[in-house]
Design a binder for this molecule. Structure first.
Ligand code: 5RP
Length: 234
């Protein structure tokens, strides 16, 4: 069922596509449904250039015959379509569950529009139940971690473990060779403030808060696909 919702959201977002567009392709299981749904359109003659947000998405797109390019070749895109880990009513997002939020943010911000695709489980009242991914340069990791802890506790009263993301016992490395700290805050009442301050910490390359980046979300559930545009926060 969850997969059906992801497919429905992806297909809804594809209605934004126009012939000749340059598009960013997101990362994750929902974005992969997007790539799978896009492939037959390309096979039928739709002309698009796709810039993937991860190596993983790039491999899948190429396998399915979608023309792939780099952001350096096409630094200005028409549209990026990507998944999310959490979405609130103001269309603020947490991303990075797939450790790709650095490239995802660069690609989304190089695009005229960002469309989010998700199943309804990603909608939240307040961001933060999903641990916030923080991409950190390995050099000085302990110092960067300490700076993040101090900021979050002293300025935002956010306490919660910062966990180094691992896979099979080894730190997960992003496509850019960095590691990920997952910050389990539970609730983030001031995402704008936190995002601005996290961006000041040296060594923290990018956080997973996407504020004022997404333009529209297609959220699929048992009642169909709902469209969300940015509104005031609850
Ligand atoms: C990857 C992401 C993904 O978009 C996010 O994790 C959602 O993934 P999925 O569609 O598999 O639930 O931010 O870094």
């Amino acid at each position: 069922m969850s997969r059906d919702f992801k497919i429905a959201a992806a297909k809804a977002a594809l209605t934004l596509l126009e012939d000749g567009m340059k598009i960013g392709l997101g990362t994750g299981s929902t974005a992969e449904e997007l790539v799978r749904a896009l492939a037959p359109l390309v096979a039928d003659g739709l002309s698009v250039i796709a810039v993937p947000t991860s190596e993983r998405t790039g491999v899948l797109a190429k396998q399915l015959g979608i023309p792939v390019a780099t952001l350096d070749e096409y630094p200005h895109l028409d549209l990026t379509i990507d998944g999310a880990d959490e979405i609130d009513s103001a269309l603020r997002l947490i991303k990075g569950g797939g450790a790709a939020h650095l490239r995802e943010k660069i690609v989304a911000c190089a695009s005229d529009r960002m469309a989010v695709i998700a199943d309804h489980s990603k909608l939240v009242g307040t961001l933060g139940a999903f641990p916030l991914p923080l991409e950190v340069i390995p050099f000085g990791l302990a110092a960067t971690r300490r700076a993040i802890e101090h900021l979050c506790r002293d300025t935002f009263a956010l306490a919660g473990p910062l966990t180094l993301r691992k896979n099979a016992g080894n730190p997960v490395l992003t496509d850019s060779g960095n590691v990920v700290l997952d910050a389990s805050f539970g609730r983030i009442p001031d995402p704008e403030g936190l995002a601005a301050e996290l961006s000041q910490i040296p060594g923290l390359v990018e956080h997973g808060l996407f504020i004022n980046i997404a333009d529209i979300a297609f959220v699929a559930g048992p009642d169909g696909v709902a469209t969300i545009t940015p509104g005031p926060a609850d």
